[in-house]
Ligand binder design. Structure first.
Ligand code: ADP
Length: 448
């Protein structure tokens, strides 16, 4: 590009100078014309002669510096001519066209000359006067300029290339450093960061963007590691229980009823293990985006009451009243199985954590913005504000020892939140410690 720019610049300069030089020659032609007219005189017999013959007399044999003048009669006869160098045939009698045309560049006898002819009065009579001037000096000067430009061109290009390389090298050095650092960052060294240049330029923005990406990666990686550790821990608890119950069963001298109890106990632990593995599987599939939703039109209020009815036995066991209010039409487009699972986890929690002998209420309403809202309210211990966000994290339990009693692994709310978000909705939590909790499943209403 630089080469092209330089070439264009050179060509432009050359063309401009040539045009200027031609203008200057034309100006001198005008002067020569004036000098010829003033310098010529007409005798009484009609002959024409130079008043000052030295004006157009031969002064040099160098044809490249010549001036020429001719005076023609109206009948087309050459009456007088003069030249400051070797004489030159400027052509036949000037035509009417030539007498009115702009000066012209011509090549005569191998010499480049600029020629102009005009009709001029000399001593009261009209004559065709033709003057010419050599263009050779102009072409020499332009040729020299062209040679200079041609010689400077590769030099400038070379200098620009070297300069460009040096500047780019300096500008890109931080990029090379970034690449080296990035190579060193691995799963084990995710806390490493790229150096951010202090100038705040594009490279600094790039480094900052990479660092943010690394921070997010580090966070996800940490989450993954915690998830694996938590999952192993959760799986170990029922396995240990299974093992210890089995060992108790192996002790000699047990009655048939005692053996039955041991087996029932082991089955219970196996059940818990199955539920846990199912939940884990569902969650990991959901997060990998491999759980396809089978969307159909359904009434969310009716679905919630249906689930509540199914769980009524659990509420009864805890002496709780379970009320469901679903009179509002609450149609949405969603996956029945996934939404059942979400609502079931929420009602199950309300029953598990609700007061013994208390009340669990379900209410489905349509919000002003058209969203469908299923509220599940309990009168349990509530959740303190600092835990509102974290209860949705996997394996999080507010009170680990207390929560183990109802048997949760801390996956229910994570699954419920995923289900809501997969349907373009969310779960909202309102709770004051000591005054119960309300979980709201808010989903967009079905398009009409
Ligand atoms: P879990 O299987 O332990 O119930 P969840 O993900 O469903 O797991 O809930 C996470 C934690 O949030 C629970 O362990 C409990 O501490 C708290 N929690 C959930 N629902 C309620 C509720 N209705 N009242 C009080 N605490 C709750």
């Amino acid at each position: 590009m630089l080469g092209l720019t330089l070439a264009l610049y050179g060509a432009g300069t050359w063309a401009l100078l040539r045009s200027h030089a031609r203008d200057e020659l034309d100006h001198r032609l005008e002067e020569d014309l004036g000098r010829a007219v003033r310098g010529a005189a007409v005798a009484a017999d009609g002959t024409v002669w130079w008043r000052n013959p030295a004006e157009f007399a031969r002064r040099t044999s160098d044809p490249s510096r010549g001036h020429w003048a001719e005076i023609w009669s109206g009948e087309g006869r050459l009456l007088l001519d003069g030249a400051t160098s070797q004489p030159l045939e400027l052509g036949p009698v000037p035509s009417t066209h030539e007498l009115h045309a702009e000066p012209r560049s011509r090549r005569i006898d191998g010499r480049r000359v600029r020629v102009m002819a005009r009709l001029q009065p000399i001593d009261g009579q009209l004559f065709a006067v033709r003057v010419a001037i050599s263009e050779e000096p102009m072409h020499h000067r332009l040729g020299d300029l062209l040679k200079g430009l041609a010689a400077a061109f590769p030099l400038m290009l070379g200098l620009a290339a070297l300069g460009g390389r040096a500047v780019l090298g300096r500008a890109l050095a931080p990029l090379a450093e970034m690449a080296r650092r990035a190579h060193r960052i691995s799963a084990e060294r995710l806390s490493d960061r790229l150096a951010v240049p202090e100038d705040g330029g594009e490279l600094a923005q790039l480094a900052a963007a990479f660092n943010e990406a690394f921070a997010r990666l580090e966070q996800s990686f940490g989450q993954l590691q915690r998830f694996t550790a938590d999952a192993s821990h959760e799986l170990r608890t029922p396995l240990t229980a299974l093992r210890s119950v089995g060992e108790v069963g192996l002790a000699p001298g047990k009655s048939a009823a005692e053996y039955r109890e041991v087996v029932a106990s082991m089955l219970e632990e196996a059940d818990r293990l199955t539920r846990l593995v199912d939940a884990l599987l569902q969650l990991s599939r959901a997060e990998a985006g491999r759980l396809a939703l089978h969307v159909e039109r359904l009434d969310l209020g009716a679905l919630a009451c249906d689930v509540a009815q199914q769980l009524a036995v659990l509420a009864e066991e805890r002496g709780q009243q379970l009320a469901c209010d679903s009179c509002a039409r609450a149609e949405i487009d969603g996956d029945r199985v996934v939404l059942r699972m979400a609502v079931m986890n929420l009602i199950d929690n309300a029953i598990k954590y609700g007061r013994v002998g208390g009340r669990v209420e379900l209410a489905t309403t349509t919000r002003d913005d058209g969203a469908i809202d299923v509220a599940i309210r309990d009168d349990g211990p509530g959740i303190s504000p600092e835990h509102h966000e974290r209860v949705f994290d996997r394996f999080f339990r507010v009170d680990r020892d207390r929560a183990r009693v109802p048997g949760g692994a801390g996956l229910g709310l994570a699954l419920a939140r995923w289900a809501a978000e997969a349907h373009g909705g969310r779960i909202e939590l309102e709770s004051t410690p000591g005054a119960g909790s309300t979980f709201r499943l808010v989903l967009p209403a079905a398009a009409r």
